[in-house]
Design a protein around this ligand. Structure first.
Ligand code: CTP
Length: 474
């Protein structure tokens, strides 16, 4: 009996002791730590960073970057989706909470919002986040040597060698941009005018090829930046050589050619990609997301305008077959229309103001859909306010020029006092986004072409064909 009583008292004392311990923990301030990263192709460096970050306190919050944020800050070529990257962070067991990092400047607010005591990142960022010392302690943890996501990405896929066909103005803009995308490098240039190719090659320190067969042997992919009329021939030839193709817009000027080219790419197991840079930039992606989210109701009208005054002697205003405002700028103005209203228009109608040589200086295309209208306007000889307007049943979105490099847009409603503002970074010439996407599709074998679908690309070629037929009889 005595034993029983003794045991009973012992148990009561133990429970009392545990309650006291717990209440003491409650009193001691919990130390919250926060860290951020992309955590792509999760590796030992990430693991050790998280382990040490957790050891700095009691509760670890890990911010994982979104795909758009990475693209916006110029980190292109991230392999794992944000979901995979979050899962990998969770699997370590060190993170008590995982949050999404969407923009620069978010860190400061997160620290306040989550009452963070310690901010930590690897020593590759030493000094960079000292400004956060005002709101918490900043700790730079020594980076694990000889391992990084960039290194793993490069080991996974050998560097893609891209060759350029045609070396006009756009090719000069392409090279500095391609150099910012990891995993791809410019091998050389081909131009039947070999003198021009040699000069270009010298300027950019790449190889010049006079023989196109040698050129195809030396590359894995081609960027076609030659005159419009030559696109189709080069595309088919390159695809048949088993090369991935990134072609400047407009890719081709006939619907059948676009269909044939995509079939040919499929047969040869390579990627064919139309380079309309707007389609791949993060701001335009955000715009499409907001427009389709229902905040402006059902979309009833899209108006897109892009004008750029050109000298009367420029190629754009002198090439009687393939010059003129619509061939030059039509891909841009048709893009938001096809993305938002679709490819199944009921009818469309062109009208142009022409110059003395018959080329269109200013063109308007009106499309009628079952549920709405759209107007595309472009000009090389008439200047207008280049804006994109998307009207819906609850509100409208306006994007001022240069909307084709989308970085800011506003959503307006019936209540004029309410305006939602959105912004997104657009870096450099923006070609880096399309190059990054092109490489992503090659390396990942991604069939998903939602940013610019085959159907949209084919529809675009069909509209160009119709325009040439009606306005030029070609
Ligand atoms: N980190 C580390 N040691 C490494 C690599 C990364 O301590 N060898 C740390 C970084 O300093 C950062 C966190 O892990 O605090 C997430 O880094 P992240 O940029 O996602 O990884 P990297 O391998 O540096 O990626 P990348 O090569 O794409 O820059």
């Amino acid at each position: 009996m005595l034993d029983l009583i003794r045991n009973y008292l012992k148990n009561i004392n133990r429970v009392r002791y545990e309650i006291i311990c717990l209440s003491n923990i409650g009193r001691r301030k919990m130390v919250k730590v926060i860290t951020y990263g992309t955590f792509d192709l999760f590796h030992e460096g990430h693991y050790r960073l998280l382990q040490r970050a957790k050891a700095l306190g009691d509760y670890l919050i890990v911010g994982v970057t979104t795909e758009n944020y990475d693209k916006a800050r110029g980190k292109l070529g991230v392999v794992d989706s944000v979901i995979t990257r979050i899962e990998n962070v969770k699997k370590t067991g060190f993170a008590d909470e995982v949050i999404i990092e969407e923009s620069a400047g978010q860190k400061f607010n997160d620290i306040k919002k989550y009452h963070v005591d310690i901010f930590t990142v690897g020593s590759d960022w030493t000094g960079y986040f000292d400004y956060l010392n005002d709101c918490c302690k900043v700790v730079y943890l020594e980076r694990t040597r000889n391992i990084s996501s960039t290194m793993l990405r490069e080991q996974r896929h050998r560097i893609m060698r891209i060759g350029i066909i045609g070396n006009g103005r756009i090719a000069n803009r392409f090279i500095p941009e391609v150099r910012l995308v990891s995993g791809i490098s410019v091998q050389g240039v081909y131009n039947p005018h070999s003198h021009s190719a040699r000069q270009f090659a010298k300027k950019w320190e790449i190889d010049a090829y006079e023989d196109i067969e040698q050129f195809y042997c030396a590359v894995d992919a081609v960027y076609i930046a030659s005159p419009h009329k030559t696109h189709y021939g080069y595309i088919i030839e390159a695809l048949k050589h088993g090369k991935h193709v990134l072609c400047e817009k407009p890719m081709v000027l006939q619907k059948n050619q676009a269909v044939e080219a995509y079939v040919c790419a499929k047969e040869h197991g390579v990627v064919l990609f139309e380079g309309i840079k707007t389609a791949y930039c993060p701001g335009f992606q955000k715009l499409l997301g907001i427009a389709c989210s229902g905040v402006i109701g059902n979309i009833r009208n899209v108006e897109a305008c892009f004008t750029k005054l050109e000298h009367k002697d420029s190629r754009e205003l002198t090439d009687l077959r393939y010059g003129g405002s619509f061939i030059e700028l039509g891909s841009y103005v048709m893009l938001p229309i096809l993305k938002l209203m679709g490819v199944d228009y009921e009818r469309f109608f062109f009208d142009s103001i022409k110059g003395d040589n018959g080329l269109d200086l200013f063109t308007k295309v009106t499309l009628r859909y079952k549920t709405g209208l759209a107007t595309a306007t472009c000009g090389l000889g008439v200047k207008s306010e280049g804006r994109l307007l998307i009207a819906g049943t609850k509100g409208y979105i306006v994007v001022e020029a240069p909307w084709w490099k989308t970085s800011y847009f506003e959503v307006h409603y019936e209540d004029v006092g309410r305006v939602d503002k959105y912004s997104e970074v657009f870096l450099g010439e923006g070609l880096r986004y399309e190059i990054g996407e092109f490489l992503f599709r090659i390396n990942r074998g991604v069939k998903d072409d939602f940013k610019l679908t085959r159907g949209e690309s084919v529809a675009l070629a069909g509209i160009m064909e119709q325009f040439l037929k009606e306005m030029r009889g070609i």
